[in-house]
Write a protein that binds this ligand. Structure first.
Ligand code: E4P
Length: 218
């Protein structure tokens, strides 16, 4: 199971990478804007910095919604660094562009997936990663984890090569359920990874061991 970090914050990415648990990073225009990144050359530099910190896929999202626009933007993004994966929205022009990128050996992440049939279309086009947003479905009283489970079943029925990337993962139980159903990748905010470390019995146990270790040192 791959762990991607869902942020454009360089400090968080650096800290996550140092933990030795990261396999990649996902960004989106909202996450980039949150870091105050503006203008073409700053955007490119920022993606380059992320790629230098993370040894794995780094999803960079296109702004265009037409086939030609997505293709030219995606090609520019892919040229920034070999780790870049072009993130393309789940729209008709996006699927056409994903099929084009697949033919040209450019890796893609199909984003904003909210149904199993959308995931099927992205798999048919050969997307490298397919990102169902489970938290955003939960937000509208729809079972996001059930959608992921359906997609995992459909993909294994037919042996699709696309990796299922659980996105909009909001808490440790989301992540645990993804692991149980065999989701290939999750992308989570740094706070979710930090919370995985926590257990009160670990803290209590460590405090006791340290106290007893003091006694041993005389
Ligand atoms: C995925 O690639 C998206 O960047 C992200 O997971 C969306 O999460 P959110 O719904 O918490 O914004």
């Amino acid at each position: 199971m791959k762990f991607f970090i869902d942020t454009a914050n360089l400090k968080e990415i650096e800290e996550g990478a140092k933990m030795g648990i990261l396999d990649g990073c996902t960004t989106n225009p909202s996450l980039m804007a949150k870091e105050g990144i503006k203008g073409e050359s700053n955007i490119k530099d920022h993606y380059k910095s992320i790629c230098e910190l993370v040894d794995g896929s780094v999803s960079a999202e296109v702004f265009s919604t037409s086939f030609d626009g997505i293709v030219s933007e995606g090609e520019e993004l892919a040229n920034i660094h070999s780790n870049i994966v072009v993130k393309v929205p789940m729209i008709e022009e996006g699927i056409k562009a994903i099929a084009h990128f697949t033919k040209n050996n450019i890796k893609t992440n199909c984003t904003l997936v909210f149904s199993a049939t959308q995931a099927l279309l992205a798999a048919k086009a050969g997307a490298t990663y397919i990102s169902p947003f489970i938290g955003r479905l939960d937000d509208i009283s729809t079972d996001g984890l059930q959608l992921l489970d359906d997609i995992v079943t459909i993909f294994s029925n037919y042996g699709f090569e696309s990796e299922v990337l659980g996105a909009s993962v909001r808490h440790p139980m989301h992540l645990m359920e993804c692991a149980q159903m065999g989701v290939d990748v999750v992308t989570c905010p740094f706070s979710v990874y930090k919370s995985l470390f926590k257990h009160p019995l670990t803290d209590i146990g460590l405090a006791k061991f340290l106290k007893d270790a003091e006694k041993m040192q005389g």
